[in-house]
Design a binder for this molecule. Structure first.
Ligand code: GDP
Length: 365
């Protein structure tokens, strides 16, 4: 499944945030028996009020939310690429991730050393992104050499090598791979996909503040928010320490604690939701007496592909889907009432599934 990697300089609060996510995972573990436990991975439910509403209505035996995987990727320090480079483990792990949460220190604390002397979010972002860019430069250089060797025997590889040269120049200008206009060349694109360039991935900037700034932020947070906005990137302001404490409490006490800090929603929830959206994901639902469940798909997927998330047989043998919008489902007494009222639609293989659709699939085995 799609995962989001957590990166940042040392002592910014990555482990604290990851611990909070792991606690959230463990509290939910009963609902996700199919998830394997790995030390650097936390699989957490994506909170969704619609799933709660469907549950209240359908009264199923069990409810399963959509989930997102967060991966703790330690090992990023200033100058890494000048020495031995970012570790192979770091690179392999981050390349597998579909998006990145960059934790940036926005709290002052005399007792916690900042690796570069003082708190300065914009400098820290620059430090991290320089290292990531250098790592991408190295992988593109290697790939270019390979393509150039192949280019002697193949026109196709020659064209791809020239395009790769263009990408190298782009990175050498200090620009992230995300801004590179992808050419229409399958050999190049195959290389591009295999490389999994880090600076091509969407980023969520996460300001980590202390308890005092959690409601209203501070000047550091403003800087980081402006940077994120300028890059049209995701942004969230959290207090990792508070999140870790929250996750150890029963639900009612969590709500009380949030209120006492003047915030409506836990930062973890905001990170999880922002992550889900940043990955370009949305949910459709199945609802019945056995189970209410959110299924994760990409925005724009058609009905058969969406059905394939439940079971590959559903995709292969897809006949049609019965679809009720979430709103119609909630405002009618039952599915029979939806049918009688004409709001249950029968859709074919070209139907683009919408976020919030309640679906039944009919298929051949
Ligand atoms: P990492 O090296 O990025 O994984 O950072 P850690 O999560 O280990 O945090 C480094 C130190 O900062 C620890 O002593 C944390 O308790 C502390 N810390 C983390 N988040 C916060 C925060 O929001 N406020 C304050 N005051 N300290 C924090």
């Amino acid at each position: 499944s799609l995962s989001i990697g957590i990166v940042g300089l040392p002592n910014v609060g990555k482990s604290t945030l990851f611990n909070a996510l792991t606690k959230a995972q463990n509290a939910q573990a009963a609902n996700y028996p199919f998830c394997t436990i790995e030390p650097n991975k936390a699989t957490v439910a994506v909170p969704d009020k619609r799933v709660d509403a469907l549950t209240a209505k359908a009264k199923p035996q069990k409810t399963i939310h959509a989930s997102v995987d967060f991966i703790d990727i330690a090992g990023l320090v200033r100058g890494a690429s000048k020495g031995e480079g970012l570790g192979n483990q770091f690179l392999a792990t981050i390349r597998e991730c579909a998006a990145i949460v960059q934790v940036v220190r926005c709290f002052e604390d005399e007792n916690i050393t900042h690796v570069d002397g003082g708190v300065n979010p914009l400098r820290d972002v620059e430090t991290i992104e320089t290292e990531l860019l250098l790592a991408d430069l190295q992988s593109v250089e290697k790939r270019l050499e390979k393509l150039q060797k192949m280019a002697k025997g193949s026109k196709d590889a020659k064209a791809a090598a020239e395009l790769m040269q263009g990408l190298l120049a782009h990175l050498n200008d200090g620009k992230p791979a995300a801004g590179f206009a992808l050419p229409d060349n399958e050999t190049f694109l195959a290389s591009w996909r295999e490389l999994g360039l880090i600076t091509a991935k969407p980023v969520i900037y996460c300001a980590n503040v202390d308890e005092a700034a959690v409601a209203d932020g501070n000047a550091f947070v403003d800087d980081l928010r402006a940077l994120a906005a300028g890059r049209k990137a995701g942004f969230a302001c959290i207090c990792a320490k508070l999140e870790e404490e929250l996750q150890g409490l029963p639900e009612e006490e969590q709500a009380e604690m949030l209120t006492s800090y003047g915030i409506e929603e836990s930062g973890l929830v905001r990170i999880i939701r922002t992550g889900y959206a940043t990955l370009g994901l949305c949910s459709y639902f199945t609802a019945g007496p056995d189970e209410v469940r959110a299924w994760t798909i990409h925005q724009g997927w058609k009905a058969p592909q969406a059905a394939g998330v439940i079971h590959t047989d559903f995709e292969r043998g897809f006949i049609r889907a019965e679809v009720i919008s979430f709103e119609d489902y909630m405002s009618h007494e039952s599915e029979a009432a939806c049918r009688a009222d004409g709001v249950l639609r029968v859709e074919g293989k070209d139907y683009v599934v919408r976020d919030g659709d309640v679906m039944h699939f009919l298929f051949n085995v």
